[in-house]
Design a protein around this ligand. Structure first.
Ligand code: HPA
Length: 273
């Protein structure tokens, strides 16, 4: 594992402040294939994450990551294009860094999205699923390690996804004629996709969709008192549910296919939040 860098949130805030004095209301984390939404931000100020002290270094070649500040639907937002995954080798304690930084800059809300495999067989590729709850099958936490100032030792996770926000978002989807589902998201470490036996097990324990992100960000946000809304774009049937082998290109391609509906939905949610 990569050692956790020195905990330099003050230095990170100062680095951001050299580029912008924005105080984002909302932080938006975009999943695989859904990143194009960042191009629709107005008056955008993009900061490479490698210019931010303490930001976990991306291990994906050519994808340094960016934080994009600007206006979206009349709101001040921060779009995170530098998501940090456990499978890149980072320590669990740094997985919440983007959320901690957003919070330190003023964000009180997290809108988190991801690409996920559908475990519920009625959730095929292209389904947009509001996350009602999650299962942490990576068994690690961004809160592990010494207690950080302003954070609880044992954060409560009784309502990690804000139910009132979810109800409103669902109503907006209906108004825009966008079909959505609700379900529980299960986090695995990856980077391998699951085995059919693992998917059978996950279904038995209550998971509707599976992926390799989101949960650490939501734990971090909840611990900081932020409200969270989560949306999974189902990009494939989970392992064993159809004959096709899984691959990342398929995940990206379905992400691109849902882009229009997804962008409309996210716009509507941000506009009214
Ligand atoms: N499993 C894990 N992560 C994923 C999947 C999957 O089937 N699809 C997209 N991300």
């Amino acid at each position: 594992m990569i050692d956790a860098p020195a905990d330099s949130l003050d230095a990170a805030v100062a680095a951001v402040r050299q580029h912008t004095d924005a105080t984002p209301d909302l932080v938006l984390i975009l999943g695989s294939g859904l990143g194009a939404l960042a191009d629709e931000i107005e008056d955008a100020v993009a900061i490479p994450t490698e210019d931010i002290p303490g930001y976990p270094r991306s291990t994906v070649a050519g994808h340094a990551g960016r934080l994009v500040f600007g206006q979206f639907e009349g709101k001040s937002v921060l779009v995170v294009q530098g998501r940090v995954h456990l499978y890149e080798g980072h320590a669990p304690s740094v997985l919440g860094f983007p959320v901690r930084l957003a919070h330190a800059l003023g964000a009180q809300r997290l809108l988190v999205t991801n690409a996920a495999g559908g475990i519920d067989p009625t959730m095929g590729p292209g389904t947009l699923m509001f996350i009602t709850d999650h299962l942490n099958l990576a068994f690690v936490s961004p809160m592990s390690g010494p207690v950080r100032e302003g954070e609880p030792r044992w954060p409560d996770l009784a309502e990690p996804y804000n139910e009132a926000w979810l109800d409103r978002a669902e109503a907006l989807a209906l108004q825009h004629g966008i079909p959505t589902r609700r379900g529980a998201y299960l986090w695995t470490t990856g980077p391998s996709y699951e085995t059919p036996a693992e998917i059978r097990f996950f279904r038995t324990i209550g998971a509707d969709a599976v992926g390799m992100s989101t949960v650490p960000e939501v734990i971090q946000a909840t611990a900081l008192g932020m409200s969270t809304l989560g949306i999974s774009a189902i990009t494939n049937a989970a392992a064993g549910l159809n004959a096709e082998p899984l691959n990342h290109e398929e995940v990206m391609e379905v992400g691109r296919q849902v882009r229009g509906r997804f962008a409309t939905l996210v716009r509507a949610i941000v506009a009214e939040s």
